[in-house]
Design a protein around this ligand. Structure first.
Ligand SMILES: [Zn+2]
Length: 283
């Protein structure tokens, strides 16, 4: 039985002054690969789902994904948790919680501080009544392709952190310190002094999004200076896509029906790739 609550992994990371890695997943191939990689290096891991994959993209449903991860995690030899990434809709949060997600991110960072507090507080109240932890966002983690990671206006303002965390009672806080989602055109430079300032202001565990492409020396620094959850997605998707293309290229001209070996091939590629990333975690 290794299906654990998200908060347990974050507390474990906080205690060890490191970060748990949370992996964006779409399907069985990705979940199986994350668990296999975590087992290989004997580290815990979080599996994340973006709500739009269940609500719009027809990749899965909250119920199917929740049941799949729970069943697979229960057989895992390392602790595995299930988290809902960037959710903007209170009703979707409730559906995910009903489907077994023990950790959710409610992102109201597009609103001003007071409205972000008002909305987040209501979600925290509901989630806590169900024993589920909530991650919120302050500042704005934008898109790397727009160079948002270099826009200081997007960064989390340390003076807002105390008010926000005390008013909302959130369990984890995603911050913007020079990170952004997607592929960075140039390697980012995290504002580690800002991270220190924020970490000194609050005891709430901090979360770093936009993890693909951040140099590993900066990640090691961030993990030792208050980042206890690290979101990793884009690179995994590239690895998945490359593996699918490589498999089919290798199986030409056998034709498009040669699907049977694809899953095993893809899972091996993703597992090898993620096991290296998990080595960054000092747990
Ligand atoms: Zn994110």
């Amino acid at each position: 039985m290794s299906f654990v609550k998200g908060i347990e992994l974050i507390k474990m990371a906080e205690k060890a002054n490191t970060s748990v890695i949370a992996f964006n997943c779409l399907d069985y191939n990705m979940v199986a690969s994350v668990i296999a990689a975590a087992e290989r290096v004997k580290k815990p891991a979080m599996i994340m789902l973006l709500p739009e994959h269940a609500t719009k993209n027809k990749v899965t449903t909250f119920e199917a994904f929740g049941a799949m991860v729970k069943a697979m995690a229960e057989k895992a030899t390392v602790p595995i948790a299930l988290h809902l990434d960037h959710c903007y809709d209170e009703e979707e949060i409730k559906r995910a919680i009903d489907a077994g997600f023990t950790s959710v991110m409610y992102d109201a960072s597009q609103y001003d501080l007071d409205e972000n507090i008002r909305r987040t507080k209501a979600v925290v109240w509901y989630a806590h009544s169900k024993g589920v932890m909530v991650e919120a966002e302050l500042g704005s983690v934008g898109l790397a392709q727009n160079n948002d990671n270099e826009k200081a206006d997007f960064y989390t303002k340390p003076e807002a952190v105390k008010k926000f965390t005390e008013a909302t009672d959130v369990d984890a806080l995603a911050i913007a310190i020079g990170n952004a989602h997607g592929d960075y055109p140039f390697p980012p430079k995290l504002d580690l002094e800002r991270l220190d300032e924020i970490n000194a202001i609050t005891d709430v565990p901090l979360v770093l999004h936009g993890g693909s492409g951040i140099p590993e020396d900066q990640l090691a620094e961030a993990f030792s200076r208050g980042i206890n959850k690290f979101n990793y997605g884009t690179d995994t998707m590239h690895c998945y896509n490359d593996a699918v293309l490589a498999y089919h290229k290798a199986h030409e001209p056998a034709g498009s029906n040669d699907m049977i070996g694809e899953a095993e091939f893809v899972q091996k590629a993703i597992t090898d790739f993620l096991a290296k990333k998990l080595d960054l975690v000092k747990l």
